[in-house]
Design a binder for this molecule. Structure first.
Ligand code: SAH
Length: 346
């Protein structure tokens, strides 16, 4: 029976160099192939023009190059592009390109589906099927960067891990992908332009601090009152706000970096005075800013965006307490590409 070929992109540069040495070739050959695979994102051995034909054939016999394909693409009238990305095993995740006047942001997925159960999020309705590999995360960024150059004549400027999945439940692979994205041998992007968004897994936030990561942290808070938060984000029962706060203090002590809280205000859920007060208090735990996100409806109306009066009240109370607050308008709503709408509808 023929051996199952190994994915060459699962090898580190060192392993690739060792492989060539074991074949009686030069370690340097490993660097060349690595550059084709990562710096140039090549998907066929045949196109590696500085590698001899015999070596290319040898690689072909031993390895495959797993990679993703853009399976479907929808363009919104605001310039947002939603991609269905087909993985090598046929599963689909979604990645979004979000252009503004000054930047182009890629919103990427970290898992197929999601294991969390946020009541307001479309992705939560798909069960978690599997984690993405580092190269599958990296490839989404490469695909969006290409689109940014093609449709907006500029390279990708920012990345947010706000697509499908909970990045801190696939931490090792997300970290490996970010290492490659920021490495000069990969895309050479600055970690400062990358934001990981999490529902808040305390143990993993501490781990990120210990690992001295250089990218930004955003936490999807939505309520600073346990009872309310548990009702809309049931996993809060396992990771209550006290533990979250504790991990954030640890994060700040180690990194000295602010956190961003993402927050949607819903009618009759978190639009009371005490909800606002709880958020203001929570923002005093460590330096923080708040992004108020517009709600993108996903269902039959259980959740409704709060009135602009309620939202204004949030803004004025936060500002009175010197907390920076931004209001984030939805992008790509007409093609179900906005936050919380990623659910492989097609
Ligand atoms: N699991 C991660 C990343 C994916 S969700 C996290 O929870 O942060 C990305 C952001 O979209 C989160 O802030 C999430 O709370 C928000 N979101 C989810 N559903 C939404 C919806 N229907 N409308 C607006 N924002 C939503």
């Amino acid at each position: 029976m023929p051996l199952k070929k190994k994915d060459i992109r699962a090898l580190t540069k060192e392993q690739l160099r060792d492989f060539f040495v074991s074949q009686g070739d030069k370690a340097f050959r490993g660097n060349q192939v690595y550059e084709w695979l990562w710096g140039k994102s090549l998907h066929t051995f045949d196109d590696m023009t500085n590698i001899s034909k015999a070596t290319r054939e040898m690689l072909e016999e031993n390895f495959v190059i797993n990679h993703v394909e853009v399976d479907s693409m929808q363009r919104s009238n605001d310039g947002t592009i939603k991609n269905g990305i087909r993985l090598h095993d046929g599963l689909i995740v979604e990645s979004v390109l979000i252009p503004t006047d000054t930047r182009t942001t890629a919103c990427v997925s970290s898992q197929v589906g999601c294991s969390l159960d946020c009541k307001f999020c479309a992705t939560a309705r798909l069960k978690r099927m599997r984690n993405l590999n580092p190269d599958e995360i990296y490839d989404q960024v490469v695909a969006i960067d290409k689109q940014s150059r093609l449709y907006h004549q500029r390279k990708l400027s920012n990345i947010v891990f706000m697509g499908m999945g909970e990045p801190l439940m696939n931490y090792n692979n997300v970290l490996k992908a970010i290492d490659k994205i920021t490495s000069p041998e990969g895309l050479g992007m600055s970690a400062k332009r990358i934001t990981l968004s999490t529902s808040g897994v305390p143990k993993m936030i501490k781990k990120m601090a210990d690992d001295e990561v250089k990218f930004n942290l955003a936490v999807s808070l939505h309520s600073a009152i346990d009872e309310v938060r548990t009702s809309i984000m049931p996993f809060n029962a396992t990771f209550p706000l006290e533990d979250l706060a504790d991990s954030l203090k640890y994060w700040y002590a180690k990194t000295k970096r602010k956190v961003t809280y993402e927050y949607v205000v819903w009618d009759g859920i978190n639009d009371r005075k005490e909800d606002i007060k709880a958020l203001v208090d929570f923002c005093k735990i460590i330096p923080a800013k708040v992004n108020l996100i517009e709600y993108n409806p996903i269902d039959d109306g259980e959740f409704q965006q709060a009135s602009s009066r309620a939202i204004d009240s949030y803004i004025s109370n936060l500002e009175m307490n010197d907390i920076v607050v931004n209001v984030r308008r939805s992008r790509g709503k007409d093609i179900d590409a906005a936050c919380g709408q990623l659910a492989n509808k097609s």
